[in-house]
Write a protein that binds this ligand. Sequence first.
Ligand code: MN
Ligand code: MN
Length: 319
Amino acid sequence: MTSFDDLSFGARGSFAGVPKRTLDELGDAGVVIVGAPFDWGTTYRPGARFGPRAIRETDYLGPTGSRPHLDTGIDPLAILSVVDTGDIDVVPGYMDESIDRIRRAVASIARNGSVPIVLGGDHTITFPDAGGVADVIGHGDIALIHFDAHADTADTHHGMLHGHGTPMRRLIESGAVPGNRFVQIGLRGYWPPPDVVEWMRDHEMKSYFMSEITERGLDAVVDDAVAHAAEGAKGVFVSVDVDVVDPGSAPGTGTPEPGGITPRQLLDTVRRLGHELTVVGADVVEVCPAYDTADITALLANRVVLELLNGMARRSLGV
Ligand code: MN
Ligand code: MN
C-alpha cells in the first residue's frame, strides 16, 4: 500500500533519516510521514508528483534522524517518535482509484493512533487526507485550517468531482468536515468566482483574505483561527498549500499567485498551531520541483513539516 523505491517518481530516502516502517509495523509511532505523489488533479503546471521526493531530499544535515530546534532545544523527531512509511501506491492517471488508496492509507495511520503528515502532491489529496482522518475520528468532528492563495471550493473540475480546485467542497458536501469548521488563510487574486464565494459564506466557512491579513496582521487573524478551530472539535487537520507564500519565496508550485505571506510567517504560524491545537493530521501540498529554483520551495515545505512537529512536540511535553 505504501513503499520506498517502487514508483519511478516516488520516495527513496526517508524524511530527515527517520526510521522506515510499513503500514503494518507502525507500532507506537506518534507521527507518520507518508507521500502522495499525485498530480493528475492540476489545472496549470503539472509536476507535483515529484514533490514528496523533493521535500524529503531537501536536507543538508544528512540522515541523522535527529533535529533539535535551535530556539527550544527540542528534538521533535525523537519526542514524537516520527517514522516514514514511504509513498502511497497511487496509479498515474487514475483519479478515483488513487484517491481511494490515499484515503485507506491515511485512515490506517490514524486508526493506529498515529498522526499522518502527508507530503503532496497536488491539493486534490486533501479530500482523502482529511477525509481519511475524519473516517477514524468522526465525520463532523475535526476542524480544518487551510493555508492557500486559493479557496479550492469549486463545484466541479471540468465537470468532474475531483481536482485540485475542489477538495474543500467535497469535504464539506460529504460531511467529513463541515463548512463551519473550516478556517482558510491567505486567499487572494481572481479565483474563485463570486457565486463560489457566496457558497462559501452560505456554508459558514471562515475565510481570511490577504487584504484582512495585511490590515489586521497575521497574528490577530491566527488568534481568531485558533479559537474558532478549537471550539467543539476533537482535533485539527492542517493543510498547507505552499502557494500561500509569495511566489518570490516559493516559485516551485503549479498555480503561483503574487502577493502572499512570507516564509517566516508561515513557519512561525504552523509551529504555533502545533503548540496550541490538537493536530490530528496535516498535509503540505503543491510543491512542483520543475518550476523551483535552487530548491527554495522544497526547502520551505521541508521546514514547514519540521516547525509543525516542533509545535506538536512542545505541546506533548507541556512546555
Ligand atoms: Mn490549494
Ligand atoms: Mn493554491
